[in-house]
Design a protein around this ligand. Structure first.
Ligand code: ATP
Ligand code: MG
Length: 655
C-alpha cells in the first residue's frame, strides 16, 4: 500500500450536493451541546489545550488511582492517563449500581424467535462478577487472551465485561466467521480460553457455532478451556476436561468479584478490521483512553439522556458493537437494546416492529442496511409508527445522499437529526460526526471533527488542499481512544498508519472539505478511479447511480484501459420490480453523465442481485476490481459474506 498511495495525487470532486438540514430547534433546546457556538468553543479548547480537556472528561469516570500525566506522545506511540488505574467493567457497572440506575435496564434483549430478556444494571453486575469468577476458576489471569465466538446474546457482553473486570484481553470473533478465521485469530492472539455457544438463530434457522470451534481447536494448542453457553440446545460433542457448560460453571461461581485496578494502558482487547481492503489487521485497544473516548462520544453524539432506549444494530463482533453497544453506552448508564437475529425475520419489518414495541429513541445502523431497506420497499416501515425515534445514526461506509434522504424521511419522518459518524477500528471511537443540536447536517457529509480530533485533507506531501478539493484524510494529533499498535506487529502499525505522511495518522480514506469546513468522505484511497488523469471517488459515482430511481445499490471500480488509463465498471443492484435491460444500462450511463459529468460515465454496467460484501456489510470493491480486470479473484476473501456472489458475478454478462 505504501507505494501505491505515494504515487497518487488529489481526488477530483464531481458530486454536487447542496441540501442542508438545520438542527431542529426543539432538539437543540434539550441537547447536551445546544448550539454551534458551544461546539466551536469546546472544539477550540479541546485542540488548544487537549490535556486539560481530556483530563476534565476523564474526571467524570471512576479511577482507582488518578493519572500523573494525561499524555505521553512519542510518535506513533501514545500513552494516555499515564500512571492512572482504572477498570472499564467497574465504570460500566459498579459506578451505576450505587445509584438510581441500579434497577434500570442495562440490556433489553430480543431473540430472533421473539423472547425478550431484560438485565438491569444490578443483574448484569451480578452476572459479570460470576462469570469473572468462572474465568478465574479456569486459570485465566490478568493479561491472558480470551477468544469470544458467540452470537448476539447478553452472555456476549457478560463475557467481555468479565474479561475486562479481571484484566484478561478479549478478542471477539464475529459469530458468522468460519472456523479458519477463528484459527487465524486464536493463533495470532495465542488465546488460552474460548467462550462460545452451541448455536445462534439467524433467519429462522440455527447457525451452529460450537462445531466451528471444535474444528478450529484441532490446530490451536494454546487453548486449554472452552466455555459453552447453551442457547439452542442442539446436540454437540464436548470433550471432557477441555469443554465446560456455561450454566454448570455459573451455578458454582460466587457472585462477588471486585474489579481489578488496571494500568490505564492495560490492553483491553484485540480486534480485527473488517478486511474490506485486504487481510484484516488485529488492532490493540487499551483501557483508560478508550474508556474516555467511547464514554464521551456516546454521550455527545447520541445526545444520550437517562430516558433513552438506545439501539445499535451492529454485531458486537465489529468495533461498532464494542464501542457503541457495550463500552460507550454502559459507561453512560444507557438502556441498550440488543437484537439477536436478521432484519427480515419473520418479515422485512422486524426492525420497525422492534422500534415500536420497545419505544426505541435512538437508532444507529449502517448504510448497507439502509440501502437494503430501500430495496425491500417503503410498505414495511410505513406499517409502523416509529414515533418514539428522536435521533438516527449511520456508520461503516459513506452514505449516499439519496439513502440519507430516505432514512431522514421514511424512518425519521423528517423529524430526527441524522448523525453520519466516520471512524475506524483503529480510531476506537467516532472522529468526524455531527453533534446533533449543534451542527446542521448535509446528506453524505460526516460534517465536523469531534472535539479533540484534528482532521485535515492533505496532498501527498501533507499540505492541506484547498476547500472543495479531494485528498487524503489524516489526523494530526493523538486522541485517547486510538489503537496503540497492531498485535504482535508494531512495525506494521508504524508503517501502515504513521509513515505515509510522517508524524500524522493516515486513515487510508479520501475526503474533501467544503467551504463551510464540512468533511465529505469519498471512499478508500485504494479504490480511487483514474480516468484520463482525473481521479474520481467511488462514493461520488456510486451516489449518482443510487440517485436513479431504479438503482438500489452500486459499486464502481476502475479497470485498465489503453486509452483512458482506467475505465469505469459499475456493478448495480436494482430496486425490487425493476428489470435489468440493455435500455436501462444505457439510461444509467446517460444519467451519470448528466448528474456528474461525462468523465464519470460508466464504461460498462453489470446488473447483479447482490454485491460482494464483508461480513460487516461493506462493499469489497477490491474483489470487483480483480473481477473486472482479470475475470479472477485471488485476493484475501476470508471476510467475504457470501462466496456464491463471486461465482454469480463471474457469470453475469459484460457489455
Ligand atoms: P480493512 O481496514 O480491513 O480494509 P475496514 O476499513 O472496512 O477494513 P473498519 O475499521 O470496520 O474496517 O472500517 C473503517 C472504514 O469504514 C473507514 O476507513 C471508512 O472507509 C469506512 N467508514 C466508516 N464509517 C464511515 C462513514 N460514516 N462515512 C464514510 N466511510 C465510513
Ligand atoms: Mg480500514
Amino acid at each position: 500500500m505504501a507505494n501505491k498511495v505515494a504515487e497518487s495525487t488529489s481526488i477530483d470532486s464531481v458530486l454536487h450536493e447542496d441540501r442542508k438540514f438545520e438542527c431542529p430547534e426543539s432538539f437543540s433546546q434539550q441537547a447536551h451541546i445546544p448550539s454551534l457556538a458551544e461546539y466551536d468553543r469546546i472544539y477550540r479548547e479541546s485542540v488548544e489545550e487537549p490535556e486539560k480537556f481530556w483530563g476534565r472528561i476523564a474526571g467524570e469516570l471512576h479511577w482507582f488511582k488518578k493519572w500523573d500525566k494525561v499524555l505521553e506522545w512519542n510518535c506513533p506511540w501514545a500513552k494516555w492517563f499515564v500512571g492512572g488505574q482504572i477498570n472499564l467493567s467497574y465504570n460500566c457497572l459498579d459506578r451505576h449500581v450505587g445509584t438510581a440506575r441500579k434497577n434500570k435496564a442495562a440490556i433489553i434483549w430480543e431473540s430472533e424467535p421473539g423472547e425478550v430478556r431484560t438485565l438491569t444494571y444490578q443483574q448484569l453486575h451480578r452476572e459479570v462478577q460470576k462469570f469473572a469468577n468462572v474465568l478465574k476458576s479456569l486459570g485465566v489471569q490478568k493479561g491472558d487472551r480470551v477468544a469470544i465466538y458467540m452470537g448476539m446474546t447478553p452472555e456476549l457482553p457478560v463475557a467481555m465485561l468479565a474479561c475486562a473486570r479481571i484484566g484478561a484481553t478479549h478478542t471477539v470473533v464475529f459469530g458468522g466467521f468460519s472456523s479458519n478465521a477463528l484459527v487465524d485469530r486464536i493463533h495470532d492472539s495465542q488465546a488460552t480460553t474460548v467462550i462460545t455457544q452451541d448455536g445462534s438463530y439467524r433467519r429462522g434457522a440455527e447457525v451452529k457455532l460450537f462445531p466451528a470451534v471444535e474444528e478450529a481447536l484441532k490446530s490451536c494448542p494454546s487453548v486449554k478451556n472452552v466455555v459453552i453457553y447453551q442457547r439452542t440446545g442442539s446436540a454437540i460433542n464436548t470433550q471432557p476436561g477441555r469443554d465446560h457448560w456455561w450454566h454448570d460453571l455459573m451455578a458454582k461461581a460466587s457472585d462477588e468479584c471486585p474489579a481489578e485496578p488496571l494500568d490505564a494502558e492495560h490492553p483491553l482487547y484485540i480486534l480485527y478490521t473488517s478486511g474490506t481492503t485486504g487481510k484484516p489487521k488485529g488492532l490493540v485497544h487499551t483501557t483508560g483512553g478508550y474508556a474516555v473516548g467511547t464514554y464521551l462520544t456516546t454521550k455527545w453524539v447520541f445526545d444520550l439522556k437517562e430516558e433513552d432506549t438506545y439501539w445499535c444494530t451492529a454485531d458486537i463482533g465489529w468495533v461498532t458493537g464494542h464501542s457503541y453497544i457495550v463500552y460507550g453506552p454502559l459507561q453512560n448508564g444507557a438502556a441498550v437494546l440488543m437484537y439477536e437475529g436478521a432484519p427480515n425475520f419473520p418479515e422485512p419489518d422486524r426492525f420497525w416492529d422492534i422500534i415500536d414495541r420497545h419505544k426505541v429513541s435512538i437508532l444507529y445502523t449502517a448504510p448497507t442496511a439502509i440501502r437494503t431497506f430501500i430495496k425491500w420497499g417503503d410498505q414495511w416501515p410505513n406499517k409502523h409508527k416509529l414515533d418514539s425515534l428522536r435521533l438516527l445514526g449511520t456508520v461503516g461506509e459513506p452514505i449516499n445522499p439519496e439513502a440519507w434522504i430516505w432514512y431522514h424521511e421514511t424512518i425519521g419522518h423528517s423529524r430526527c437529526p441524522i448523525v453520519d459518524t466516520w471512524w475506524q477500528t483503529e480510531t476506537g471511537n467516532m472522529m468526524l460526526t455531527p453533534i446533533p443540536g449543534a451542527i446542521a447536517t448535509k446528506p453524505g457529509s460526516a460534517t465536523k471533527p469531534f472535539p479533540g480530533v484534528v482532521a485535515e485533507v492533505v496532498d501527498i506531501e501533507g499540505k492541506p488542499v484547498p476547500a472543495g478539493s479531494g485528498g487524503f484524510l489524516i489526523i494530526r494529533q493523538p486522541w485517547p481512544g486510538m489503537a496503540r499498535t497492531i498485535y504482535g506487529d508494531p512495525e506494521r502499525y508504524k508503517q501502515q498508519y504513521w509513515s505515509q505522511i510522517p508524524g500524522t495518522y493516515f486513515t487510508g480514506d479520501g475526503a474533501r472539505k467544503d467551504k463551510d469546513g464540512y468533511f465529505w468522505v469519498m471512499g478508500r484511497v485504494d479504490d480511487v478511479i483514474n480516468v484520463s488523469g482525473h481521479r474520481l471517488s467511488t462514493m461520488e459515482v456510486e451516489s449518482a447511480l443510487v440517485a436513479h430511481e431504479a438503482v438500489a445499490e452500486a459499486a464502481v471500480v476502475g479497470r485498465p484501459d489503453d486509452v483512458k488509463g482506467q475505465a469505469i465498471s459499475a456493478f448495480v443492484t436494482l430496486e425490487q420490480g425493476r428489470k435489468p435491460t440493455n435500455e436501462l444500462k444505457e439510461e444509467l450511463r446517460k444519467w451519470v453523465a448528466k448528474e456528474i459529468g461525462s468523465l464519470a460515465k460508466p464504461d460498462d454496467i453489470r446488473f447483479t442481485d447482490t454485491l460482494p460484501k464483508t461480513r460487516s456489510g461493506k462493499i469489497m470493491r477490491r474483489l470487483l476490481r480483480e473481477l473486472a480486470t482479470s475475470g479472477e479473484v485471488k485476493g484475501d476473501t476470508t471476510t467475504l459474506e457470501d462466496f456464491s456472489v463471486l461465482a454469480k458475478l463471474k457469470d453475469s454478462d459484460e457489455s
